[in-house]
Ligand binder design. Structure first.
Ligand code: MRU
Length: 377
């Protein structure tokens, strides 16, 4: 009898698909440059296509970048698995986006697994290792959701009951949902796990200029039926000062040994305002986002992206035609940093798959002793 999906079984929301076809390994990605207008699955068939997809943000989000890079290496090794070719593929993939350390972490793990193998065995082993990284990411994010939910439940329980608002008011920045990972997301994972547990939550979603990843978050939350409101980035301070936010929760692209956090540009402004207002500010990230080699945030490379991301706005008109409109002349100078660093002292706690910890070297090392000791696994 064919497998019947039970009515209660939830579809697995993933931004990538893996399968075999006619004996060939296949990878498809949900092209995030088409969202939220259109769901378009694109097959990636070569190392070159993977490099393009990461650079142009068809896939994005620190954990997802790492996983897709691992698959990119597998595709590259399918064409040529010599040491020389592998060195070149690792270098090219590693240069695509500099801030998210999950990329370097995944490539390092792939290299440690693959270099010792005979050349003829490398491609098949690369697909297996990339699959393992993907499945671990999904499990870790689910664990982040479970740890984070306990924090959110405690905040809601402590919220004065006198007002009309008996809902947890969360604020997030950028997109750290399932689109940015293999499954569940990081910052949004506690919200998704909370929905299963009956948590009443509403999410303030900031737009995240210039790439507008907040629109991806709004789309995810809309699809999940979770109450949310889109705001311009600049409205965040007003809402925090007005006491309309109970907690801020964001993801991370790289966490330094001292607990400083690199994340989407604009994160630090929310953290500074939250600290002034006495509102808890949480960072949710898996161990693969920790970089003990970076002593502080000053050691984290921050990506500066193309001027055109700010010079033009992208959208879709009523007929469904997508296009771009110029919003500033060609001559004005533009500075477009993609990330900023939030100082550890502005962070209340870091939520990982191993539990919640204070943003400092001792607490992070206690949760991840092997990484802190120099083992990158
Ligand atoms: O430039 P992006 O869209 O890749 O940046 C994404 C972020 O900054 C996310 O907050 C971060 O990667 C965490 S994703 C779970």
């Amino acid at each position: 009898m064919p497998h019947q999906k039970r009515a209660t079984e939830k579809p697995r929301l993933r931004p990538l698909r893996r399968f075999s076809e006619n004996g060939e390994e296949r990878l498809e990605i949900l092209d995030q440059t088409c969202l939220p207008y259109r769901k378009y699955w694109q097959r990636l068939e070569s190392l070159k296509e993977v490099i393009f997809a990461i650079q142009h943000m068809q896939v994005r989000g620190a954990p997802l970048i790492g996983v897709v890079a691992a698959y990119g290496l597998a595709l590259g090794l399918g064409a040529n698995a010599s040491d020389r070719s592998m060195n070149a593929a690792v270098a090219a993939l590693g240069a695509t986006r500099p801030t998210a350390v999950n990329l370097a972490w995944a490539l390092d793990r792939m290299g440690r697994r693959l270099y010792p193998l005979p050349v003829a065995e490398r491609a098949a082993a690369a697909w297996r290792e990339a699959d393992a990284i993907a499945e671990e990411d999904a499990l870790q994010n689910r664990a982040i959701g479970e740890h984070g939910l306990k924090l959110l439940q405690a905040i809601l329980a402590a919220k004065p009951k006198s007002g009309r608002d008996n809902t947890l008011q969360l604020m997030t920045h950028c997109n750290a949902g399932w689109l940015a990972t293999v499954e569940h997301g990081t910052a949004l994972s506690p919200v998704y796990v909370g929905r299963e547990a009956g948590l009443r939550a509403h999410v303030w979603v900031s737009e995240t200029r210039p790439r507008n990843q907040g629109l991806l978050t709004a789309w995810e939350l809309f699809e999940a039926g979770i109450p949310h409101t889109l705001i311009a980035d600049n409205a965040a301070g007003l809402l925090l000062l007005q006491g309309r936010v109970d907690a801020v929760i964001v993801g991370a692209d790289r966490i330094a040994a001292n607990g400083d956090v690199a994340n989407k540009v604009g994160t630090s402004l929310k953290a500074l305002a939250a600290r002034y207002c006495g509102i808890p500010f949480y960072v949710a990230a898996p161990g693969s986002t920790l970089d003990f080699a970076a002593a502080t945030g000053r050691d984290i490379p921050l990506e500066i992206r193309d001027d055109d991301e700010m010079r033009f706005v992208y959208g879709q008109d009523k007929s469904g035609e997508r296009g771009k409109l110029q919003q500033i002349n060609d001559a004005s100078a533009i500075y477009n940093p993609a990330f900023d660093v939030t100082p550890a002292e502005c962070i209340t706690a870091i939520i990982t798959e191993r539990g919640v910890c204070a943003p400092n070297a001792a607490a992070l090392a206690a949760l991840f002793p092997q990484k802190a000791g120099g083992d990158h696994a």
